[in-house]
Design a protein. Structure first.
Length: 192
């Protein structure tokens, strides 16, 4: 992620009120996953203030959450403490999670992968392969950008690049706050 984007996202946690992506509500796609899969071990990449980590924990999951924004992690820890929940919440780089031990039955990324640089996406994908359990799921919400533009967002080639490493088992297309195309993607490890 560029320094400029990292700074922008960090500053959003210092403004009054939550950032626009921090609704405080776990999305229905995650809730559907929780209700259709047994609880296990989950990794929330780009966990922000911990909304989804808390939801997963309340449903019996053992959760590790990572975000580079220390203020967001501080808030997540406060929310978890207030809820009486034990969650491993860490400040860190999602493309190179340090001291994180898998395998994870669920790796969740709501809006983080599409903000990474091409180099970071390569590292991120290597770590997904290392950390995802054999029958685990990678559930990701992404938005798309015009291929002629630069900046955050994926192009279809990025989804294909993930599909080279993982099996795309579900895709639900939509729009990101009515502004640009988006999708929920669910991947699993490819069978050997």
């Amino acid at each position: 992620m560029s320094f400029r984007n990292r700074l922008k996202y960090t500053l959003m946690y210092w403004l009054p009120g939550p950032p626009p992506w921090d609704t405080g509500i776990s999305p229905p796609e995650l809730m559907a996953f929780i209700h259709s899969h047994p609880a296990g071990k989950a990794l929330d990449l780009g966990c922000g203030t911990g909304t989804n980590a808390i939801t997963l924990t309340r449903h019996g999951w053992q959760v590790t959450g990572i975000d580079f924004a220390s203020r967001a992690i501080r808030s997540a820890k406060q929310k978890a403490r207030k809820a009486g929940l034990q969650i491993d919440l860490r400040v860190g780089d999602v493309s190179q999670p340090k001291n994180v031990q898998g395998p994870f039955d669920l790796i969740l990324d709501i809006g983080c992968f599409h903000s990474l640089s091409a180099e970071e996406r390569t590292e991120y994908t290597r770590n997904l392969e290392r950390l995802l359990a054999k029958d685990g799921a990678f559930l990701s919400y992404v938005f798309f950008r015009d291929p002629a533009e630069n900046g955050p967002g994926l192009v279809e080639a990025d989804v294909q690049a993930l599909s080279d490493h993982f099996r795309l088992v579900d895709r639900q297309d939509g729009s990101e706050r009515g502004k640009r195309p988006s999708a929920w993607l669910k991947f699993q490890k490819k069978r050997a």
